[in-house]
Ligand binder design. Structure first.
Ligand code: SF4
Length: 288
């Protein structure tokens, strides 16, 4: 088991100095009163992404109804959705001149529609503000309710992601309320509706290589065409410990295997996160 204070291996150290663009991205988020998973998830790529003028918007507030053991987002009773948030996301994305917009949300098991309507309004507002941009959404499982996911899809995002996060065996230990099979079902349904389906998992939680390969296989069967693989990092001592730091060459090998399995795009590396280089993946795939 990892000691929380143990230094990270060299390949996980990010040595970048915040530049003016970083602070500009931060000030746009602040000005529009928006949340990002970059901050909320303590993402190690925040300097790189924000210095490149990109970020991942997190809608429906910053308090989640679930308490996954890997996630730094606060758990609790969220406020009602802010009806002006979709417009503010759209305004911020326009002022950032994004060609590719990535949006995610907290889980809203407290709402009758689990947040589907708010999702739909956000996509519509983005489409109106940035008609040429591609829109990628990373959605919760909506408790497997396809009518609610359908509401999100009606707004026509270009890429629809839903993360399995980990292998089947570790899902009950690591994710809260979510079920592996439900997530696969969500992805299968997204793909069956003609949308580009994307998923991702974190490595280093204690899974075996065989389990990773099984998960990749399950994702292909479900119709995923994009997959991301990254190293799990423990946000605080209260979160699930890191079982292992996976070496960069293993990520490279997994990338080659995933491509052989038929994924069209694979991002695999210690610092890879769902939305890392999402704009590059999108430009490769939105012509499909
Ligand atoms: S990888 Fe995603 S979550 Fe992390 S900083 Fe970049 S855009 Fe934000």
């Amino acid at each position: 088991m990892e000691d929380y204070k143990q230094p990270k291996p060299e390949w996980l150290k990010v040595r970048l100095r915040r530049d003016e663009q970083y602070y500009q991205t931060a000030s746009i988020m602040q000005k529009h009163g928006l949340h990002t998973i970059c901050v909320s998830g303590k993402c190690p790529n925040i300097k790189e992404c924000w210095m490149a003028g990109t970020a991942t918007f997190m809608i429906l507030g910053d308090i989640c109804t679930r308490a996954c053991k890997f996630c730094n987002t606060q758990t609790g009773r969220p406020n009602p959705p802010d009806s002006e948030e979709p417009q503010r996301v759209a305004q911020a994305a326009r002022s950032m001149q994004l060609n590719h917009v990535v949006v995610t949300s907290v889980d809203r098991d407290d709402l009758p529609d689990l947040g589907a309507e708010h999702w739909s309004k956000t996509i519509q507002a983005l489409r109106k503000a940035l008609p040429r941009a591609t829109i990628e959404v990373l959605v919760p499982d909506f408790q497997g309710k396809t009518n609610l996911i359908g509401k999100v899809l009606e707004a026509k995002p270009d890429i629809v992601g839903h993360n399995v996060e980990t292998v089947r065996r570790l899902t009950p230990k690591v994710r809260s309320r979510a079920r592996y099979e439900v997530s696969l079902g969500v992805l299968e349904w997204i793909n069956s509706r003609g949308f580009i389906a994307k998923s991702g998992l974190m490595l280093g939680l204690g899974e075996t290589l065989d389990e990773v390969l099984e998960t990749l296989h399950d994702l292909r069967i479900a119709g995923c065409s994009i997959v991301t693989l990254g190293q799990y990092l423990r946000p605080t001592p209260n979160h699930h410990p890191v079982a292992e730091y996976i070496r960069p060459e293993v990520f490279e090998e997994l990338k080659a295997i995933a491509l052989q399995m038929g994924f069209k795009t694979v991002e695999s590396g210690p610092l890879v996160r769902s939305s890392y280089h999402a704009d590059q993946q999108a430009s490769k795939l939105t012509h499909l």
